[in-house]
Structures are given as C-alpha cells and as structure tokens.
Design a protein around this ligand. Structure first.
Ligand code: ZN
Length: 321
C-alpha cells in the first residue's frame, strides 16, 4: 500500500486529512462521510481532493494514471457531484436518483466510485429519503461525501449513517497566510472582515472596498447633505443580501466599540473612528434593535421575499442617522 504524501488542501485541515489517509491505509474507508463546518474554509476543496484520491488507480492521487487523467479532463465516469441547479437551493430527488444510479453500476476504471452531495442540507425530504435507502444498504466500493454547513438541520437518520468529519475554522494566522498566498493586499484586514473564513468568496477584496465605501457614504449623508440614493447608486453591484451583511458587520462593530473592544476584535478596524462618530448618539439597545431588523430582513429574504435593493439600502443608511 502506497501512502499519499500530498499535504491537505489547506494548512488547517491536516487533522481531518490524516484521518482520511488512515482509513484508506487500513482499508476501512467509511461508505459515507459527513464533512461539516463553516462555508468559506475549503471543505468542498477537501472533498474533491479526497474524491480524486479515491478514484486514482494507485490510490494516492498520483496524477499520472489513466483515472487521474480522466479526472483532470473533467469527465471521470466514477464521480458524481449532486448540487442544486444554478441559482437554486434545493437538490432535487431526480438528481439524487441519478447519482445513485450512476454509482450503482460497476466501476468503470476506479477503485472507488464517489458521490459528493453539496450542500447536504440542500436535499429536500424526498431527496433525503432516496439517499437514506442507499445509505442503509450501501453498494460496495461507493463512497458518499456529504458536505454540510448546517449539519444540525440534516435528518438524524442521515447523520447517523455517516462517519462525521468536523472542520474547525482556520486560526487568524492561518487565514492571513492563506490570503497572503492568494495575493490579497491587506491580508490582516481581510482576515478580520471574513471572520477567518479566507475562501468566503474570491471577491473579499471587492467586499472590503464596498464596505469602506458604505461607511464613507453614511458619513456623507450625515455631514454633507448627500442623499442616501446617491450613495446607493455609487454601489450598483452590491446586492440586497450583501447590503444587509455589510450593515450587520457595521452594527456589530459599533456594538463592540461601545463595549470597549480592541482593534483586533473588529470586522473592520480601519473604520473604527468613523463608526465611533456615526453611532455616537446611539445606545446599545438602539444598536441591538437595528441588528434585529437586519436579522429579520435576512430571514425573510432566505424565505423567498423579494426586496427592492435601493429601498432597502436607503432605509439601512437612514437607520444609522
Ligand atoms: Zn492516479
């Protein structure tokens, strides 16, 4: 048996990586893994690397065998990714059936056939039931990789049939290193802003820029008689949910500042003085109420309520005054 000498995809995943390597080395790879943790910390990248190793003819992600080459061409017959359709949240039962059917046949080339379900909470009741039947009597040589960002909401029947593999968030230092390696100019600021989730989107730098502009915009409205709609027009690419998320970070920072937080405890330390100015006249209960409004709006949005971006953004700005 050869050992995969490659490191984990990310420095903060070495422990989980070692567990998978140990299962493979001992030949007791579980037939279903539940990979659980926060979004933006590389769990799907981890799952893809495990899948690649599982289908490698040498069992080590060699990069040279026929199977690895098929993988690199993006057309491996023993691999299936069950994901929601573009722009949707649910993984339909048809997709799960197709996945099961796909790996139910004999392997084409690989030692294992692999199905990734991403995110597992995207499965509706019918999808989960279809998968459950297969997990109860798993076909030999098949590995299911369920990725979950909210493992608590998965049916207990599914969870109990998976081997759990938890992923901790990277430390601040690991986040800064990852962001530096990705060429982010202010890695310290970006790490704080992301809440130590360095892969939360490749647009972290844009988000930081927008964040600074929103804080500046609130100041303009307050001090320069600029209208909120002018500020909103300046940020056409910021969506409704992003407005809420920026404003939540601003409000949370304002709360922390009122509680005497240090710079390194803020999402956006560069905005400290502006935020102290803006929220000087607000009390903690005011800010918590503001945060409640944001949380409620986020919930309605997730439940499918459509928000007019301009109206929402303007009302958020006005709430800061
Ligand atoms: Zn290979």
């Amino acid at each position: 048996m050869v050992v995969n000498a490659n490191p984990a995809p990310f420095a903060w995943q070495e422990q989980s990586w070692a567990r998978v390597q140990s299962w493979l080395y001992k030949g007791n790879m579980p037939h279903a893994l539940l990979l659980a943790g926060s979004p933006g910390i590389g769990i799907s990248e981890f799952a893809m690397r495990v899948a690649r190793q599982l289908v490698c003819l040498e069992g080590v992600d060699c990069g040279n065998c026929r199977s690895c080459k098929l993988w690199d061409d993006g057309m491996h017959p023993d691999w299936f990714a069950a994901e929601p359709e573009e722009g949707k949240k649910q993984i339909k039962v048809d997709v799960i059936r197709e996945a099961i059917n796909h790996v139910g046949k004999t392997a084409h080339t690989a030692p294992y056939r692999v199905v990734m379900i991403h995110p597992a909470e995207g499965m509706n009741m019918a999808s989960a039931n279809a998968l459950l039947k297969t997990l109860e009597e798993p076909p030999g040589g098949v590995v299911f990789l369920l990725i979950s960002y909210q493992a608590g909401v998965l049916p207990a029947t599914i969870r109990s049939r998976c081997q759990h593999l938890g992923f901790a968030n990277p430390t601040k230092e690991q986040t800064i290193n990852a962001l530096t390696a990705a060429g982010v100019v202010q890695p310290g600021l970006a790490a704080a802003f992301s809440g130590n989730m360095p892969l939360i989107g490749n647009d972290l730098v844009d988000q930081l820029k927008n964040h600074a502009q929103i804080i500046q915009g609130i100041n303009w409205v307050r001090d320069l008689d600029v209208t909120p709609s002018y500020v909103v027009e300046k940020l056409p690419e910021v969506s409704a949910i992003e407005w809420l998320s920026h404003m939540q970070k601003i409000v949370m920072d304002a709360v922390r500042l009122k509680l005497g937080a240090e710079n390194n405890e803020l999402f956006y330390p560069d905005g400290k003085e502006s935020m102290e100015d803006i929220f000087n006249h607000k009390t903690l209960p005011n800010l918590f109420e503001f945060n409640d409004f944001i949380v409620e709006s986020m919930k309605s949005m997730q439940a499918g309520v459509n928000f007019n971006v301009t109206m929402l953004a303007e009302s958020l700005i006005l709430k800061c005054l």
